[in-house]
Design a protein. Structure first.
Length: 324
């Protein structure tokens, strides 16, 4: 008789037939930084911290020692520095360049990734520049934004970033950033493109962490409609063509079908971002003991990897690396 259970009969046999394994080397650890001397708990993301520069360097070092190869930095910018032109995003002595330099000095083998988008710096809270159109309605302008994103990416590259990661969803930005980096002497800086980034309600806690929510309107004219999957294929083909080194799907858990389709579409490495809302759901449910946090975290990450992700961005990276 054919008995599938024979392949599940012991831990040893299960280990032999296991198709997906998680490892600390799969993770990118997102870290929040602010320009203050104190480490501050983030109310909207229990267990996460807005780090001081020194705190962030320490945390990144602990994560790296656990086998995590990379961190991605998200800055909380003081309100006084936010403008409608988001100029602070390419200030060479700004918070992000200083963070990159401190991280590379303390941990030379750590891969430092930066987020390229205007929302932390933009008085409007949008990822792109906001202008009134002829009718007086607000629009997020594409091509002018891309010019600023190129300045931002270049600023990060000059400070020593290994990978820049455009999360803004403007058209044509991967090619523009690639061209800028190449012509300015940074051909080795990689681009991890947020390729299929959906207009998701699961980003809410993150916007709380950075106080970066849009002041007016939503992000639906640039981030993708959660109802669409063919569009993710289109974006993947475009970003690959424009010179992306890695492709990202975001969020991860509710978009496993997209991860699987993108995996089939490209030979590039595929990353998936388990976003703040996914983190918060597991955190909140485990705080009261309703869910077993460790088991659920590892299962959710295994599912993301099984769907086809090579790389996972997760706020659980450090915990998961310890548990593994
Ligand atoms: C903004 C950005 C967002 C996230 C990463 N980069 C928020 C947004 O697009 O509104 C979300 C990450 C998360 O929710 O964990 N460019």
């Amino acid at each position: 008789m054919i008995r599938p259970r024979r392949n599940r009969k012991s831990p040893a046999v299960r280990a032999l037939v296991r198709e997906t394994t998680l490892s600390a080397s799969d993770f990118i650890y997102p870290l929040f930084v602010h320009d203050k001397d104190v480490d501050e708990a983030i109310e909207s993301m229990p267990g996460c911290t807005r780090w001081s520069l020194a705190g962030l360097v320490r945390e990144a070092g602990e994560a790296h020692a656990l086998g995590i190869p990379a961190v991605v930095i998200f800055p909380a910018i003081a309100d006084a520095l936010k403008t409608s032109g988001a100029e602070e995003c390419y200030n060479n002595s700004g918070l992000v360049p200083r963070t990159i330099k401190a991280l590379k000095a303390a941990h030379p083998t750590l891969c430092v990734i930066t987020d390229v988008a205007l929302d932390p710096y933009n008085a409007d809270g949008h990822d792109g520049l906001v202008r009134a159109d002829a009718k007086g309605e607000l629009e997020i302008v594409n091509d002018e934004t891309v010019e600023v994103l190129c300045l931002q990416a270049l600023c990060h590259a000059r400070a020593g970033a290994d990978i820049v990661s455009p999360s803004d969803m403007m058209d044509g930005r991967v090619e523009a950033i690639r061209t800028t980096l190449d012509s300015e002497g940074h051909p080795d800086v990689s681009i991890l493109a947020y390729t299929a980034k959906y207009a998701s309600a699961f980003y809410g806690p993150f916007r709380g962490a950075l106080e970066s929510a849009p002041k007016a309107g939503d992000k639906k004219t640039y981030q993708m409609d959660p109802a669409n999957s063919r569009e993710a294929i289109r974006e993947t083909l475009l970003d690959e063509d424009e010179g992306a080194d890695m492709i990202m799907v975001k969020p991860a858990g509710p978009y496993l079908d997209i991860i699987a389709q993108v995996r089939e579409t490209t030979t590039l490495p595929v990353a998936a971002y388990q976003v703040s809302g996914e983190y918060l759901m597991i955190k909140a449910a485990s705080q009261d003991g309703w869910l077993d946090e460790k088991a659920v975290v590892l299962e959710s990450l295994t599912g993301i990897k099984r769907a086809g992700a090579d790389i996972i961005l997760t706020y659980f990276a450090k915990d998961a690396a310890k548990w593994l």
